[in-house]
Design a protein around this ligand. Structure first.
Ligand code: NAD
Length: 264
């Protein structure tokens, strides 16, 4: 079996990656950056987000597992001291795989025929570079509201514990094939009105943002940030593709939520 170890790039993570390589080579596994069946991310959640975006072209053939060299992460949930146990599990393939939903984002421009398509593991956010975001929101082809405010965050269930949580969004179990739309500081008064609550949409329901002011927008997809202009629409829905996590032990989602946010 081919594997690849991806480091955050700090000294501790690099050293741990080398130990993992040595162990896996002894077990007869081959390192392949191009065609790994398992990607071991060593660092934090950000490292796993980077690793995921590096293998968008072969998500069906790739599973991910994360080791944290800082604090416990959502994706990086193995401790450095558990690494021997982990490599033995990896060497004794086949391993169990769990699949989590992703978000598909399609951005159409006023001055381009071909849309841009992105996949997010955590979320996509939309803000403007100046002033408020003013955007119609259509759900399943029907106009829902006109949003005015700082921006919008559309997250996956596994991203619901990230930016979405800071915006007061609900935490969703990743077995729910859904996406969540959360507002960033909406303007609500006698003239402007938005729903105010985060919305959870099922698979096949699209959320279409149609900006009403043609200003420069800041779009983020996970850790990537870009400035875009002449945006006609941003269409979000649950993607056909999924991320595969290699599972070697039970670590229930709600336990992870408790350990990350409440403590022991
Ligand atoms: P970063 O270094 O700023 O890390 C942000 C924090 O988010 C880290 O503590 C990381 O462990 C945590 N995180 C990432 N994914 C998570 C998840 N699914 N559940 C719980 N916590 C998670 O940036 P990064 O490491 O490159 O990560 C990018 C992510 O940062 C974005 O996808 C976004 O979710 C998050 N973010 C959060 C806020 C906020 O909470 N106000 C603001 C901007 C970005």
């Amino acid at each position: 079996m081919n594997y690849f170890v991806r480091s955050r790039g700090d000294e501790t993570s690099d050293a741990l990656c080398q130990r993992i390589r040595n162990y896996l080579t002894e077990f007869g596994l081959t390192e392949s950056e191009e065609e790994p069946e398992i990607v071991i991310s060593v660092g934090g959640d950000g490292t796993l987000l980077h690793a995921f975006h590096g293998y968008l072209h072969r998500l069906e053939e790739t599973s991910f597992v994360g080791i944290h060299t800082g604090h416990l992460g959502f994706y990086a949930d193995w401790k450095p001291e558990e690494v021997e146990r982990l490599v033995i599990h990896i060497a004794k393939t086949p391993f169990q795989v769990v699949e989590y939903p992703l978000l598909e984002v399609v951005v159409r421009h006023l001055d381009a025929e071909e849309p841009d398509r992105y996949l997010a593991l955590n979320e996509c956010t939309v803000k403007t570079m100046e002033g408020s975001l003013v955007s119609n929101i259509e759900i399943k082809g029907e106009i829902f509201e006109t949003f005015r405010g700082d921006g919008l965050c559309i997250s996956t269930p596994s991203g619901s514990t990230a930016y979405n949580k800071a915006l007061g969004g609900a935490i969703l179990h990743p077995s729910l094939e859904s996406m969540q739309v959360a507002e960033m500081a909406s303007i609500n008064n006698r003239i402007y009105r938005t729903i105010g609550s985060p919305l959870v949409l099922p698979q096949h329901h699209t959320c279409l943002l149609k900006p009403l002011n043609n200003v420069e927008m800041q779009l983020t997809v996970d850790h990537y940030s870009m400035v875009d202009r002449n945006i006609q629409s941003i269409q979000c829905r649950v993607a056909e593709e999924k991320i595969r996590f290699a599972r070697f032990r039970p670590f229930p989602f709600w336990q992870r939520v408790k350990e990350s946010f409440i403590g022991d």
